[in-house]
Design a protein around this ligand. Structure first.
Ligand code: MN
Length: 377
C-alpha cells in the first residue's frame, strides 16, 4: 500500500530530546528507535534533532527509506510509536526565498495598488518574481506571533507603532535536500534530485510597514518578523496522483524556464484557511502559473548554489479564492463578517489562523499535509 509518510521532528513528555519521526495516519513513528530495531543501516540519516541528515542524504536514500517504511507499516512490523508527541521545527532553515507565482494574487494586488495600470508588471509572465527572506525567523506551527512594530505612512510623515494591517499569506514551501555547486544552475528536469518535499507556509505580512518600505528594493521588515511552517514535510514521492499540468502560458518562455516538454509539476493541493475557527477561504494550488521546478531553475540560473535546508515558498496562493486578507477585504475597504458576527479587515490581537491542506492520493485516498497554526499576541 502507498502511504504519504510525511517527515517531522518531535519530542515527548518522557523524552524531551527532539528526534525525527514519520506520520502514519494519526500516529507518529519514532524513526531512530524504529531503525535501531529493524534496520540500523538507516541510523545515521535519521539521527539528530532535525531532518537535516536525511535531507542531505539525497534521492536514493530517500527512496530506500520510503520503501523500507512502507514495507514495515504494511507488514505490521514492530515499529516504535511515539507517545504524546509534540512537534518541533523539522529542519534547519538555510536560506529562505519567497516567490509571487499566483497569477490571481499578482493580478488582484496590481488592481488594488495600481488601478490605472496593467495589473501584472511587464516581467511577470517571463520570470518567477521573488525576494530573499529571513531564514532565522522561520518558526514552526504553534509559535505565537508577536505583532510587529515599525514605520508606516502617516498624514504628516512616517509614524512608528504596532502594525495595524497584519495579514496572512497562504503558501506552499519547497524544502531543498541535495545541495548544488556554486556556478552550476539546476535545470527543470533535476528538480526532484534536489527538492525533498513540501510544507505549508504562512508568510505573515505587515501591510502598512510593507507599503512604506518596499520601494525600490522590495519587502523587508514588513515580512521578516516571522514566517510559520507546518511541522510536516511531505516528500515529493507522495504526490504521484496529485500532479497536474501547469496552466497555458500566454508568452513564450526562455529555454531554462520552458516546461512544455517536461514532466508536469503542478500540484492539486487544496487549502483551507480558518480564522478563529471560521472557514474564510479555500485557495487551490493546482493552477499556479509558475511550478516548483521553474522557481528552482530561476533561483539558480545565475549560478547561485543550493544548501541543504533551503526553503523557497510559492507566494500567496489565490486560485479559486484568495490566500490573504488584503485580497479578501480589498485592502480593508470591504470587511469580512465572520459567522460569530465579528468583522475583520486585518488581524486582531488574539486571532488564531489555521491553514490546512490536502491532495489526492492513490485509489481515492487523501494526502493530509497537516496544518500551520499561528496566534497573534
Ligand atoms: Mn509571501
Amino acid at each position: 500500500m502507498s502511504h504519504p509518510l510525511p517527515y517531522g521532528v518531535f519530542a515527548t513528555p518522557d523524552d524531551p530530546r527532539p528526534r525525527t519521526g514519520v506520520a502514519v495516519g494519526d500516529r507518529v513513528l519514532d524513526l531512530p528507535a524504529t531503525v535501531a530495531a529493524l534496520d540500523p543501516s538507516f541510523a545515521p540519516v535519521v539521527a539528530g534533532p532535525s531532518l537535516d541528515a536525511l535531507l542531505a542524504a539525497g534521492p536514493s536514500v530517500w527512496a530506500a527509506l520510503r520503501a523500507a517504511l512502507t514495507g514495515w507499516v504494511d507488514a505490521e512490523a514492530p515499529v516504535v510509536w511515539a507517545t504524546d508527541p509534540s512537534m518541533r521545527l523539522p529542519f534547519t532553515v538555510a536560506d529562505y526565498v519567497d516567490f509571487y507565482a499566483s497569477e490571481q494574487h499578482a493580478t488582484t494586488i496590481g488592481r488594488i495598488f495600481r488601478p490605472d495600470q496593467e495589473p501584472l508588471t511587464p516581467n511577470w509572465r517571463h520570470l518567477p518574481i521573488g525576494y530573499h527572506g529571513r531564514a532565522g525567523t522561520v518558526v514552526v506551527s504553534g509559535t505565537e506571533i508577536v505583532r510587529p512594530s515599525g514605520q508606516r505612512r502617516g498624514p504628516d510623515g512616517p509614524v512608528f507603532g504596532p502594525s495595524q494591517r497584519l495579514d496572512i499569506e497562504v503558501e506552499l514551501g519547497y524544502v531543498v535536500g541535495t545541495p548544488s555547486r556554486l556556478g552550476e544552475p539546476v535545470p527543470l528536469d533535476r528538480f526532484a534530485e534536489h527538492v525533498f518535499g513540501v510544507c505549508l507556509v504562512n508568510d505573515w505580512s505587515a501591510r502598512d510597514i510593507q507599503a512604506w518600505e518596499y520601494v525600490p528594493l522590495g519587502p523587508f521588515l514588513g515580512k521578516s518578523f516571522a514566517t510559520s511552517v507546518s511541522p510536516w514535510v511531505v516528500p515529493l514521492a507522495a504526490f504521484d496522483h496529485a500532479r497536474v499540468p501547469a496552466p497555458e502560458r500566454t508568452e513564450a518562455l526562455l529555454p531554462y524556464l520552458d516546461d512544455a516538454e517536461t514532466e508536469p509539476w503542478g500540484l492539486d493541493i487544496r487549502f483551507e484557511v480558518r480564522l478563529n475557527g471560521h472557514l474564510i477561504s479555500e485557495p487551490v494550488f493546482g493552477g499556479m502559473y509558475w511550478t516548483g521546478p521553474q522557481m528552482l531553475a530561476h533561483l539558480t540560473v545565475n549560478g547561485a548554489s543550493l544548501r541543504t535546508g533551503d526553503l523557497y515558498a510559492s507566494g500567496t496562493v489565490s486560485g479559486g479564492s484568495p490566500g490573504s486578507l488584503i485580497e479578501l477585504t480589498w485592502n480593508g475597504r470591504d470587511p469580512l463578517t465572520l459567522p460569530d458576527g465579528t468583522t475583520r479587515t486585518f488581524l486582531a490581537d488574539g486571532d488564531e489562523v489555521v491553514i490546512s491542506a490536502t491532495a489526492p492520493g492513490p485509489g481515492g485516498s487523501v494526502i493530509n499535509l497537516g496544518s500551520v497554526i499561528g496566534r497573534i499576541s
